[in-house]
Design a protein around this ligand. Structure first.
Ligand SMILES: [Zn+2]
Length: 91
């Protein structure tokens, strides 16, 4: 699990995601399947909030070492969008 604290934390991963352009599938709110279309590699990213802190996890090698990977960056952007939409419906 990686705790997300700053936006800059994911900067390198976001840049990589822009290059790779992986496909993100929503399993449910907080669980995403990220596929690298070039290699076919598929990983599961989970995003959760615990005690007001945001945590992310990815099943890839970097993720298992608690490093920010581009799968997390891709899934987090979808997650933030879904969370914003959910919040707008709640109002
Ligand atoms: Zn990953």
């Amino acid at each position: 699990m990686i705790q997300l604290t700053t936006a800059a934390q994911l900067e390198n991963a976001i840049n990589k995601a822009r290059t790779v352009k992986p496909f993100v599938r929503v399993n449910r709110f907080g669980s995403y399947t990220v596929t690298n279309k070039a290699t076919g590699a598929t990983y599961t990213v989970t995003c959760e909030k615990r005690g007001g802190k945001r945590f992310v996890h990815c099943t890839c090698k970097a993720g298992e070492l608690d490093k920010e990977c581009y799968h997390v960056a891709s899934a987090a952007s979808v997650h933030i969008q879904l969370a914003a939409e959910a919040a707008s419906f709640a109002n």
